[in-house]
Design a protein around this ligand. Structure first.
Ligand code: PMP
Length: 296
């Protein structure tokens, strides 16, 4: 059962600037720079049976995301790793979703923020299938979003920055209002980019095709699945993919730390089968995160 309570009203502790604080006391002021100007970056990672999958890659990306927004997190990768393990343990959780978040504080108001203090918090909570169990069986139904991923010269697209999710929320709301699970987004050139919080893979003639991540996140799960596919001798092609090609793809799945590997049944007018390769890679991914499969 998922906890229906608001996210500010739960039991447990949150790691906040070096201390474990009671969940309901992990608060910030309304004049926080991040709240006004989106100066925040975050991570999403999962713990499986007590171990956080690819933790150091996530902590490294968090620091990189912050640098891309011109701020430095005052904790090293090792310290962030340790804090993540500490808060997981302190909450008595073995299987959980974890959300590290770094942001600019309230010392300075206005666009400029050189004097704002940098904060780091890490929360974790139990979280099942991101799209629900039914989506895994039946496949996701995706809308085609009218929002396009911005060009890398218009936004720090390699950063997992909160501000980049503004159009993702709009796209997902639009999709859900029409009865879809999520939306497939194109980029500013019109090429296929990704979903609102997960990367896209297509299967055709036994090969995997995935868009080159040159204006969206090169997901840690994406890279893991590419590796798993190659281990099986499956050819993986990273390239520009145009919407016209959706017609010819046999299978389609999404990848992400929360989404794991989730099959897609349709995107706009195009349908896909929930095929063997998608489900095999889903199984391989789950075997890997549960340590039933070795890391190399
Ligand atoms: N794209 C977006 C927009 C995301 O939010 C996520 C989830 N972090 C991903 C891709 C997948 O990234 P990862 O596999 O590293 O979780």
């Amino acid at each position: 059962m998922t906890d229906q309570r608001s996210f500010d009203d739960r039991d447990g502790v949150i790691w906040f600037d070096g201390k474990l604080v009671p969940w309901r006391e992990a608060e910030v002021h309304v004049l926080t720079h991040a709240l006004h100007y989106a100066s925040s970056v975050f991570e999403g990672q999962k713990a499986y049976a007590g171990e956080i999958f690819k933790l150091t890659e996530h902590s490294t990306r968090l620091r990189k995301s912050a640098r891309l927004l011109d701020f430095e997190i005052p904790y090293s990768v090792d310290e962030i790793d340790a804090a993540c393990r500490e808060v997981l343990r302190a909450n008595g959780l073995e299987d959980a979703y974890m959300r590290p978040l770094a942001w600019r504080g309230s010392e300075q108001m206005g666009v400029s923020a050189q004097n704002a203090k940098i904060h780091l918090a890490i929360a974790c909570w139990p979280w099942g299938a991101y799209f629900g169990e039914e989506a895994i069986r039946k496949g996701l139904r995706l809308d085609i979003s009218s929002w396009r991923r911005p060009a890398p010269y218009t936004a720090p697209t390699e950063s997992k920055a909160a501000g980049l999710y503004m159009i993702c929320t709009l796209a997902r709301h639009q999709a859900q209002a029409k009865g879809f699970n999520d939306a497939l987004m194109f980029d500013w050139r019109g090429q296929i980019a990704e979903a609102t919080g997960a990367n896209a893979f297509f299967v055709k003639d036994g090969r995997l095709h995935t868009p080159t991540p040159d204006c969206f996140l090169d997901g840690i799960t994406r890279r893991t699945v590419i590796d798993l596919a190659r281990r099986r001798g499956v050819e993986v092609v990273e390239r520009a993919i145009w919407p016209e090609e959706l017609e010819g793809f046999e299978q389609f799945f999404l990848t992400g730390s929360a989404a794991e590997v989730t099959p897609v049944a349709s995107a706009g007018p195009w349908s896909f089968e929930i095929g063997d390769l998608s489900m095999q890679l889903r199984k391989d991914y789950l075997d890997l995160v549960h340590r039933r499969l070795s890391n190399s």
